[in-house]
Structure formats: C-alpha cells, structure tokens
Design a protein around this ligand. Structure first.
Ligand SMILES: Cc1cc2nc3c(=O)[nH]c(=O)nc-3n(C[C@H](O)[C@H](O)[C@H](O)COP(=O)(O)OP(=O)(O)OC[C@H]3O[C@@H](n4cnc5c(N)ncnc54)[C@H](O)[C@@H]3O)c2cc1C
Length: 274
C-alpha cells in the first residue's frame, strides 16, 4: 500500500513545529520506522507531517553539569556506535545493538521510540531503569521535565499533551558507573521483545532499580526486590522473582510470567551470580 497524500514540513525552529502541528490532523515524524508502516497501511492518515530532526540540538548529545542530555533525534545507530559526542552509560550501547536491524537503527530515534511507547520496545524499559527524565517542549515555547516512570501511561499512551514534543532525554552522569544487567527474550535477533529484564545498581548513590519490560503495558518497576538486592547483594532466586511478578501482574498468562521471570533472573545474574 501507499500512504494517503500528505505534506511534509521540515521545521527549523520550535515555533515552526508549533505552527505545523496546528494544521488539522498533523503528526510529528522522526525516523519514520514506526510511523512509516502505519502510513503505508493507512492506519495513520495525517494530512501533514512535521519533521523535527533539523531543529537545533535534536541530533546532538551533550553534558550539562551532572546530566547527559541526548537530543530526541539521536538515532539508535549513533548510540550503538558511541558516536554521540559524549560518553553514554555502557548499558545504552549494549541495548542499541539489539534493536531491530541496522537499517532500522540508522533512521529510528530514541525520542521517536519513547513517544511511540510500544510496550515491547527497548528504550522505554531502559530509560525507566536508568531513571531518565524527558524534556518536553510545549507549543507556547515552555518546557517541562518529566521522569520516564511518569511519561509512559500504558501501551502506546504517553503523558505528551497535544502538540507537545520530546526535545531531549536526560540521564545522570553517575549512571556511567552503575552496575547493570539487561536481558531481552525474542524469537529472532532484531525482533521486538517477548520479555525484558533490566537491573541498574549504583552503590555510590544507593540507587537500585529492577524493571520488567514487554509486559503488554508500561514497564513494571519492582521496587521491593530491587531494595532486597541492594541490601543483601544476593540474587533473590527464581521463586521470589516469579512471586513478585505474579503479585504485580495477576492477570498475566503463565507463559508471559515465565518469560518475564527468566529475563529478570538473567539480568540480575549479570550483576550478582545466583
Ligand atoms: C522491523 C522493525 C523492527 C523493530 N524492532 C525493534 C526492537 O527490537 N526494539 C525496539 O525498541 N524498537 C524496534 N523497532 C522500532 C524502532 O526502534 C523505531 O525506530 C521506533 O519505534 C520509532 O522511532 P522513529 O524515530 O522511527 O519514530 P517515528 O516512526 O517517526 O514516530 C513514531 C511515533 O512517535 C511520534 N514522535 C516521533 N518523534 C517524536 C518526538 N520527538 N516527540 C513527540 N512525538 C514524536 C510520531 O508522531 C509517531 O507517532 C522496530 C521497527 C521495525 C520497523
């Protein structure tokens, strides 16, 4: 199929984005790796697409004080290659490598992935585990900062207000030194996940977060287990992980719970051997 006709605006300023998004049935496009197929299948039929990638700072990463600022237009490939201009937490390079295949990574962006909010996507889980914040740009030019844990509301649902866009993703510089484990279960290399487990521990700050991803909804933070792991420096064991998941996801089917348990146990094992 071919998409229905649309116009394309390459916005050079935030004001141009706000103007462009005022057109009825307009939509932002970044890498087009999720939106493109939806256009082709005519599941989305915007009359105008507004491209953000030439906005200043969108494709760059920088360091401000104790924060790494990653422009929403930075591609998965540049994260994979370590070609962002700043050192990113090693977990990010590792994860970028397992997103889709290189052609998708060349175009797909971190901001597009977070805004799309596919529950099975990698960045939504990783950015929750790394306690990232999103810098959001409103049509009146104001900005607000939202922790990733409050950004994704559910499958394909975010806290973005109408005509607001993701400008950047912010991660604390201390996350470069954090201990981490990540495990993604999928049938073929380069596919979306069936289950994700992510653990981030930073003994220098006492930060500990364990996250289950690809649950079918937003990433699930398992605070009790993460606290136990940080306190005891011990793997809680498969039974405890399964119990914690069952309590939080009582309606999940047994296969999903088994996959999530396996992914979480493997992620924990990468930091603390069982
Ligand atoms: C074959 C295939 C396999 C894939 N496998 C994986 C995988 O294993 N793991 C994974 O995580 N992802 C996977 N993806 C998705 C891929 O990572 C996409 O790059 C990503 O989901 C969307 O990013 P994009 O920049 O292409 O966004 P687009 O497709 O351009 O946009 C997606 C949505 O986000 C909105 N949007 C984009 N940027 C912004 C912004 N800055 N602010 C507000 N809204 C915005 C758009 O309006 C649209 O609704 C796969 C995709 C394909 C085609």
């Amino acid at each position: 199929m071919k998409p229905a006709a649309f116009s394309h605006l390459r916005a050079e300023t935030p004001a141009a984005v706000a103007d462009g998004l005022q057109a009825e049935n307009s939509k932002i496009i970044a890498g087009g790796q999720s939106l493109g197929p939806m256009l082709n299948l005519r599941l989305a039929r915007p009359t105008q697409l507004v491209g953000l990638n030439i906005l200043p700072g969108m494709e760059a990463a920088s360091e401000r004080g104790d924060t790494i600022v990653i422009g929403a237009g930075v591609t998965h490939a540049r994260i994979e290659d370590g070609a962002c201009g700043v050192d990113l937490p090693p977990m990010m390079r590792h994860v970028a490598r397992s997103i889709a295949y290189r052609a998708v990574r060349n175009k797909g962006t971190i901001g597009g992935s977070l805004a799309h909010a596919d529950p099975a996507a990698d960045w939504v889980t990783v950015m929750t585990a790394l306690d990232a914040s999103l810098l959001l740009h409103a049509p009146d030019g104001s900005q607000r900062r939202l922790p990733m844990r409050d950004f994704m509301l559910g499958a394909y649902r975010t806290a973005l207000a109408p005509r607001e866009y993701v400008e950047a993703v912010e991660v604390a510089t201390t996350m470069r030194g954090a201990l981490w484990g990540y495990d993604k279960l999928c049938r073929k290399v380069g596919e979306f996940a069936d289950a994700i487990g992510a653990l981030v521990l930073d003994p220098s700050t006492g930060y500990a977060r364990l996250v289950a991803g690809a649950t079918g909804a937003r990433p699930l933070i398992l605070s009790g287990l993460a606290g136990d792991i940080a306190r005891n420096a011990r793997h809680p064991g498969e039974a405890a992980v399964h119990t914690a998941l069952t309590e939080q996801l009582p309606d999940s089917d047994p296969v999903k719970l088994h996959l999530l348990t396996t992914a979480l146990c493997r992620a924990i094992e990468k930091v603390i051997p069982a």
